[in-house]
Design a protein around this ligand. Structure first.
Ligand code: NAD
Length: 277
């Protein structure tokens, strides 16, 4: 095999950088997360997208240690679950213990959960956690626009990152335009459509993939990178872990990007609506 491709990184507004492609850990069973994370790191991934809710932080931390890769070379994210919006420091300290780390690279509110009404408090806690040196960068996931604006107005602190559902069938153009105005880096979850809606059988993706001797998943990931987005596909299948990383070798043309841009659908959301939680 040729040497592993290295993901390019993009700048965060706080002066740090984040690799554009990582390994996602949602629904990776704690019993297999050690092996798959180790495999991902050995394959060349240098960005891990974890969360307390995924219940696999211990396995992720162990794989990171056992990989022998210097800590500084891997960008580690974890997330605050909705039951701890009032105790961010305690929740993050527990995550760090499970991960076996002194600090993470990025800590995110997992859902705004507007019905709970504690997202501003959660954001204040995350800001304090950065001041206390428990995380280097900070951001949020799944904040509807009114809640995103509210946390910024309440604290004068703009998240470095907003992680949202984003794939060719659900392109979030409005939110991306707001992020561009505010200098927020967009992270895409579910970049392969979570295996739903037949995204990877879409004729446009299939046609571009066939023409390039690539797979539709690789084309979907190359499209994310072409837009400057950060993403972290999930797979527990060794060949797909490698396949997804190899998407870094594909540079789509402007015409191919435009064809995929045309796949956006008003009903393309596959996961739950952050406004409804
Ligand atoms: P995804 O779009 O990465 O899809 C994963 C599924 O796609 C796999 O289960 C597998 O069935 C399939 N797949 C993977 N590689 C493939 C390939 N090469 N060819 C064909 N099929 C393939 O969905 P995801 O895991 O939900 O999202 C990615 C990551 O985003 C997660 O693991 C997690 O880290 C993050 N995430 C965050 C949130 C959030 O609320 N913040 C929500 C969901 C996911």
């Amino acid at each position: 095999m040729t040497s592993a491709p290295v993901a390019p990184s993009v700048p965060l507004p706080d002066g740090r950088r984040i690799p554009q492609l990582g390994y996602g850990l949602f629904l990776v069973d704690p019993d297999v997360a050690y092996e798959t994370t180790l495999q991902a790191l050995k394959a060349g991934y240098r960005h891990l997208d974890a969360a307390t809710r995924y219940e696999n932080e211990e396995a992720v931390g162990a794989a990171l240690r056992d990989s022998g890769i210097p800590r500084e070379e891997v960008f580690v994210t974890t997330k605050l679950w909705t039951d701890r919006h009032e105790d961010v420091r305690g929740a993050l300290e527990e995550s760090l213990t499970r991960l076996g780390l002194d600090e993470v690279d990025l800590y995110l509110t997992h859902w705004a959960a507007p019905s709970q009404g504690l997202y501003v408090q959660a954001w204040r806690g995350i800001i304090a956690a950065r001041e206390d040196g428990l995380t280097r960068s900070i951001g949020v996931c799944n904040h509807p626009l009114p809640q995103l604006r509210e946390i910024i107005a309440a604290t004068d602190v703009v998240p470095s990152v907003h992680q949202i559902e984003l794939h060719p069938y659900f392109q979030q153009k409005e939110l991306r335009a707001v992020h561009a105005e505010l200098g927020i880096v967009t992270e895409s979850w579910g970049p392969l459509g979570q295996g739903k809606q037949g995204l990877l059988e879409d004729p446009v993706l299939v046609r571009i993939a066939e023409a390039r001797g690539a797979t539709p998943a690789q084309v979907a990931l190359a499209w994310q990178r072409a837009h400057g987005l950060v993403t972290f596909p999930k797979s527990v299948t060794p060949s797909r872990i490698v396949e997804n990383l190899a998407s870094l070798q594909i540079q789509l043309t402007a015409d191919e990007v435009a064809q995929i841009d045309g796949l956006d659908r008003p009903d393309g959301r596959g996961g739950s609506d952050p406004a409804d939680r």
